[in-house]
Design a protein around this ligand. Structure first.
Ligand SMILES: [Zn+2]
Length: 86
């Protein structure tokens, strides 16, 4: 979800102490970084009309946003550590 904080299960918890999660958030580490629309690339070119559309229509932005795909990875990119797999 655009703007939603992400969380992962803490792997550093001790029985009654943790310097990573502080035993908060049910022992999940919350990543407060959020995705935001920066640019649109279609094929190998910047796509200004689609950027304008998505920047002005949050519902369309959400409809077109995904965090998982069955498509092949774009050459040169790799899934980040912990990336959910379909
Ligand atoms: Zn912890």
């Amino acid at each position: 979800m655009v703007g939603a904080p992400k969380a992962r299960k803490c792997t550093s918890c001790g029985p009654d102490r943790c310097v990573e999660c502080g035993l908060s958030n049910r022992r999940y580490v919350v990543d407060l970084s959020a995705y935001s629309l920066y640019d649109v690339v279609t094929g190998d070119a910047f796509d200004a009309p689609t950027l304008d559309l998505l920047a002005s229509d949050p519902l369309e932005l959400v409809r077109r946003t995904s965090v998982r795909t069955d498509a092949e990875l774009t050459p040169g990119f790799a899934p980040y550590v912990g990336c959910p797999q379909a």
